[in-house]
Write a new protein. Structure first.
Length: 289
């Protein structure tokens, strides 16, 4: 199990402390505090403990540091104890990492930045509503040309017939020819399906749509980091895109567009910053950078 994050003896320089982030050593170091006059001559044992990842060692490395301290009395911090001696790095037996007097970095040392605002259970900061809206607006750069292209391929004669109908129309109240009505419905369905495929593929393969990637956002499971599965992306995409596709195909179902509006606004008052499609797929949109 990996050592908890914190300040420990620098394995490269015994006069410094180095910050361990819980996985590896960082580049953040700080000199050890010098003893004051009241502590001069007293035996001192390093309160910082053994560095993470060091193997149990003998006393050879410690003996080389010297038995006689600089103030005339014997020191044990790096003498008999040894730099790699397997002593308890947290002081008292059973004390947990990052508890007690060394719970926070020493004054003047590096303080690991802490996320502000709501986060996932493992601490990943959640995207704000405005951040998500900005990403969706950028997605239009891709979705509009994609929808027009797919619709034109599926209904190549639609716009020519529609233009002829408009230019030769004598009665504005006359119903639209059935051929043009079917063409518009097919065009709307094809464009909506193109947007759905775009959403599912981008979220599964890249972790987010083009807009999200540009703005530094990512879609992930709320309780588990990493990219989501195809099934999760499909559930999320269908709930997000589905009502709009259906309402565009049938005017009788146009009321479903109201659901889409509520879905988009839902993160504004949701404590977990999830839209309805996020709740159904158990996902969150987080700030990846």
């Amino acid at each position: 199990m990996s050592q908890q994050a914190g300040w420990y003896d620098d394995p490269e320089n015994a006069d410094n402390l180095r910050y361990w982030d819980g996985v590896q050593w960082t580049n953040h170091t700080s000199p050890k505090q010098k003893p004051n006059l009241e502590q001069a001559g007293q035996a001192s044992q390093s309160p910082w403990g053994a560095a993470p990842g060091q193997q149990d060692g003998g006393q050879q490395g410690g003996q080389s540091y010297g038995q006689q301290g600089p103030y005339g009395q014997q020191e044990q911090g790096y003498g008999q104890q040894g730099y790699g001696q397997p002593n308890n790095p947290y002081g008292q037996q059973g004390q947990q990492p990052n508890q007690g007097q060394w719970q926070t970095p020493m004054p003047g040392g590096y303080q690991m930045p802490q996320p502000t605002g709501p986060t996932t259970p493992d601490g990943q900061p959640l995207a704000s509503w405005w951040h998500r809206v900005a990403a969706r607006l950028l997605d239009l750069i891709v979705l509009v040309p994609l929808g027009l292209l797919v619709g034109a391929l599926v209904t190549p004669n639609l716009w020519g017939a529609y233009l002829d109908y408009v230019t030769t129309m004598s009665d504005p109240m006359a119903p639209m020819p059935a051929e043009i009505t079917r063409g518009l419905t097919t065009f709307s369905l094809a464009s909506g399906m193109a947007g759905l495929v775009y959403e599912i593929v981008m979220v599964t393969v890249f972790g987010g749509t083009v807009g999200k990637l540009i703005t530094g956002l990512q879609v992930r499971l709320r309780d588990q980091p990493g990219k989501v599965s195809w099934g999760t992306s499909a559930v999320r995409g269908l709930i997000y895109q589905g009502p709009g596709i259906v309402s565009g195909v049938s005017t009788a179902l146009s009321f479903l567009s109201l659901f889409s509006l509520v879905n988009v606004l839902w993160p504004l008052w949701d404590g977990k910053k999830q839209a309805i499609h996020d709740k159904a797929a158990k996902t969150n949109v987080v700030r990846a950078r």
